[in-house]
Design a protein around this ligand. Structure first.
Ligand code: MG
Length: 267
């Protein structure tokens, strides 16, 4: 059953998703050559704590990280560790933040001094696929119109949609109904209604669509080890145009920059 959020619940989701977006943008700015993925995870942990939220990923089915950090051939669910970011890497970072009873979920892929035009195109097409998904997340559309829009952008570009992982409803739980595949024919599934809240998240591979899970039990990689990109927003279905909930809240941003400066002085 797809839960319709009340205006009051949507207001709370704006805060949790805005918080996730604040963390996303702040961590993205820290993704530089030389930083380890563990350091990025710790940075996110501290910031989420400072904002008063908590990671929705940590401990989820035993996930050990605060955020998911997936580099190059890693698709999703990468765990912060000793891997050091290098020039030419793409780094997908995924954030789930729980606050006041609701979860916000958002992801971005950061290019670190990337010069390979094919990698740049992969990231740009993935971001466009998310925009296409959002454009269909409107009251009156059918659920699979979202799926189809993503697939069309990706296949038109000669790239491959990951089929093993899907977008999802979100709210009090990280994964609510419905599942939202990033492929399929249009015009199927439930009709979208105002107040549905969805995490839309295309995962796109430069090579083939197949993925596998590493021996850590979490990290998903492309089977051909070619790069993969991932973008995600939490949105609310509305009439006419979806509302993107995972946008950084200005108040939170100000709070954060103050905190960061203090932290830097301490060190
Ligand atoms: Mg998600």
């Amino acid at each position: 059953m797809i839960k319709i959020k009340t205006p009051e619940e949507l207001g709370r989701m704006r805060v949790s998703a805005g918080m996730a977006a604040t963390v996303r943008d702040s961590v993205a700015a820290e993704i530089k050559p030389g930083v380890t993925t563990q350091e990025l995870d710790e940075y996110a942990r501290d910031l989420i704590r400072e904002l008063g939220g908590r990671s929705a990923f940590f401990g989820y089915r035993g996930f050990p990280g605060q955020i998911c950090i997936s580099v190059n051939e890693e698709v999703v669910h990468g765990i912060g560790g000793a891997r050091r970011i290098q020039v030419g890497d793409i780094v997908s970072a995924d954030f789930g933040v729980y606050y006041d009873g609701f979860i916000g979920d958002t992801a971005t892929t950061v290019m670190v001094g990337v010069s390979d035009p094919e990698v740049i195109r992969l990231v740009s097409v993935t971001e466009k696929a998310l925009e296409a998904a959002i454009s269909k997340a409107v009251a009156g559309q059918r659920l699979s119109d979202i799926s189809h829009a993503v697939e069309q952008v990706v296949t038109d570009a000669g790239l491959a949609v990951v089929r093993d992982f899907v977008g999802h409803g979100i709210g009090r739980e990280m994964h609510e109904d419905p599942q939202i595949p990033n492929f399929g024919p249009p015009g199927r599934g439930p009709r979208l209604k105002p107040g549905m809240t969805l995490a839309l998240e295309p995962m796109v591979n430069m090579g083939r669509a197949e993925v596998e899970v590493l021996s850590d039990g979490w990290t998903v990689v492309t089977r051909d080890r070619k790069p993969s990109a991932h973008f995600e927003h939490t949105i609310a279905v509305q009439e006419g145009q979806a509302e993107v909930l995972s946008v950084a809240n200005n108040v939170e941003k100000r709070k954060h920059s103050a905190g960061r400066n203090t932290e830097k002085c301490d060190k």
